[in-house]
Design a protein around this ligand. Sequence first.
Ligand SMILES: Nc1ncnc2c1ncn2[C@@H]1O[C@H](COP(=O)(O)OP(=O)(O)OP(=O)(O)O)[C@@H](O)[C@H]1O
Ligand SMILES: [Mg+2]
Length: 225
Amino acid sequence: MDSINNIVQAEALGKQVTSPEGPLTILNDINLSIKEGESLAVIGVSGSGKSTLLGLLAGLDLPSNGRVILDGNDLSRLDEDGRAKIRNKYIGFVFQSFQLLPGLTALENTSLPLELANIDNAEELAKQRLDEVGLLERLHHYPNQLSGGEQQRVAIARAFAGKPRILFADEPTGNLDQQTAHRIIELLFKLNKENGTTLVMVTHDNEIAKLCDRQIVIAGGQLST
Ligand SMILES: Nc1ncnc2c1ncn2[C@@H]1O[C@H](COP(=O)(O)OP(=O)(O)OP(=O)(O)O)[C@@H](O)[C@H]1O
Ligand SMILES: [Mg+2]
């Protein structure tokens, strides 16, 4: 099997949860290979399982069935510490809900992961990243002093600050006006082209999806072809 260039591989991935209505299958039998340097759009209606899939591929959440292999590392064989190490080494993640730390400023939110990774000049690098997303004038604002779109841009700056090999972005332009969205998308693709960052992006925007090398559709928790 040609899996050499696959940085992410999902095998028979499934996720079931217990919901107020009883057992619920969110994802079922997802098989997916993502090549290093590829850009992939994940599309599908609300509730189809896109965010759940991203969380599993990034090792933030555990599947009920199947497994995820990240650059040869079987995530199901690792404990939370092991998965955290892999995430720190490989992954940037832009959450749909941003997940900024409320007690830290824009600059601190962006520099924290760099400091945790012992990267020199963490603050300087974080500043550069925030400049690239147009937030140089908001460095010392706390999340509750930022607009929704500004928080989203901090989340994006934080996710790509450490130049991850894989960037997962869950509707990264969902809260942005067209012009700002365009700028952010250009930035993500620049990262993809210049650094070879693998880009996995959930989007409801067909134009953005078309810019990606490949599109996959999730429907009712399954890959639809
Ligand atoms: N922890 C949970 N417990 C119960 N149900 C859940 C849980 N997490 C997600 N779901 C359900 O699973 C389905 C898929 O959720 P998911 O967040 O992956 O959808 P999505 O495709 O990202 O949707 P959207 O486009 O609205 O962001 C939804 O119907 C949701 O209600
Ligand atoms: Mg979602």
